[in-house]
Write a protein that binds this ligand. Structure first.
Ligand code: ZN
Length: 368
């Protein structure tokens, strides 16, 4: 068995609107030469190109998938939202939420993006693949059931989780979100549920602004099954691994899931234009190695990684390559061209005392 890699060229054809970074064009905001949203297809296409050029993709099981079905979408999204999204997509595209524009045909591409994640989960749970990566685009972790946000139009991972539960392939699932922004969509989908543990590591107060607080622990039956770690800007390699080792892994192990899904955003990397963290490709490799080992300990190695954010066109491919190297235990490497530079310039590759204290204080407050 191999590591699966789910992708489809059509997802690279999703187009956003007229933005520069996240600023609408107009006034003194000059259009970018490349145009469009920072959620550009180039980060993903260059990632796919890199694994082809190094030869890593030849070791993976490369697959596409069918779009998520209406029945699958309806487990998360209200019919009214899906109908409005489809109708707008059929008539030239538009914007139905906050920073989540789409062009004509955006609905079909979004259902394909969700379908890639759903099939990746299905194929891992049925034992057809060792583990799997879904290069989903548009991303999903900000999308709430009736509210698209932050470049996310459908809740890809939540849709995949519901399919796995409905098909009887799993009873308990962990979603670990290390995208630098809060995984508010996954949180909203499962906030009152005890069969899905949602964990989000994110830069405090980045996006959404008033979201992802430590005190948001779940409601009703879901009390205690939602975990937010709002992290200080500037956190780097050692700090992320400290949070993973001392907070995340004990929580996952205690929950004893049948599957671990990682909402894998690369925007906590140092060069990212939409955040202020200092992770490196080596950080993503190390975090993935830890999740692989944890999955082997608790759920027979069942691990699915779903692509979320990450806006450095140059650097995301190297971080993604490192994740895939760890998942597949490949010896095909893509040396990080920035690592020496980042380590030399940015002392936050080391963990500073106040950063450790903040994480340890949060763990104490959470009773970990
Ligand atoms: Zn993000």
């Amino acid at each position: 068995m191999a590591t699966g890699f789910f992708w489809d060229e059509k997802t690279f054809w999703h187009a956003g609107g007229n933005y520069a970074m996240t600023l609408p064009l107009g006034g003194l905001v000059q259009p970018l030469a490349a145009g469009g949203l920072p959620e550009s297809p180039e980060t993903k296409r260059r990632f796919k190109n890199l694994i082809d050029v190094t030869g890593l993709s030849a070791e993976l099981d490369m697959r596409s998938a069918a779009p998520a079905s209406r029945e699958e979408l309806l487990r998360i999204h209200p019919a009214a939202y899906l109908d409005q999204f489809k109708a707008t997509s059929d008539t030239g595209g538009g914007e139905l939420g906050h920073h989540a524009p789409f062009a004509s045909g955006g609905y079909e591409i979004a259902t394909l993006s969700a379908g890639l994640a759903t099939q990746a989960v299905r194929d891992v749970l049925r034992g057809d693949l060792t583990n799997a990566y879904s290069l989903s685009r548009p991303p999903g972790h900000h999308c709430e059931p009736d509210k698209p946000m932050g470049f996310c139009l459908l809740a890809n991972i939540a849709i995949a989780v519901e399919a796995a539960l409905a098909e009887g392939r799993a009873k308990r699932i962990v979603i670990l979100d290390w995208d630098v922004h809060h995984g508010n969509g996954s949180q909203a989908c499962f906030y009152d549920r005890d069969d899905v543990l949602t964990i989000s590591l994110h830069q405090e107060g980045n996006y959404p602004l008033d979201s992802g607080h430590l005190a948001e622990r779940g409601a009703g039956a879901g009390e205690g099954f939602n975990l937010n770690l709002p992290l200080p800007a500037g956190l780097g390699h050692e700090g992320y691994l400290h949070a993973i080792d001392h907070v995340v892994i004990p929580q996952i192990t205690a929950f004893a899931p049948d599957l671990i899904i990682v909402a894998c955003g690369y925007d906590c990397a140092a060069p990212d234009p939409l955040a202020s963290m200092q992770a490196m490709a080596a950080t993503f490799r190390a975090m993935t190695e830890r999740m692989k080992a944890t999955a082997e300990d608790v759920c027979d190695g069942k691990l699915v990684v779903v692509h979320e954010g990450g806006y450095s066109e140059v650097y995301v491919p190297f971080c993604g390559h490192a994740v895939l190297e760890a998942m597949s235990e490949s010896s095909v490497h893509a040396p990080d061209p920035l690592e020496r530079n980042l380590k030399a310039r940015q002392p936050n590759a080391r963990m500073l005392a106040f950063q450790k204290q903040l994480i340890d204080d949060m763990a104490t407050e959470l009773g970990i």
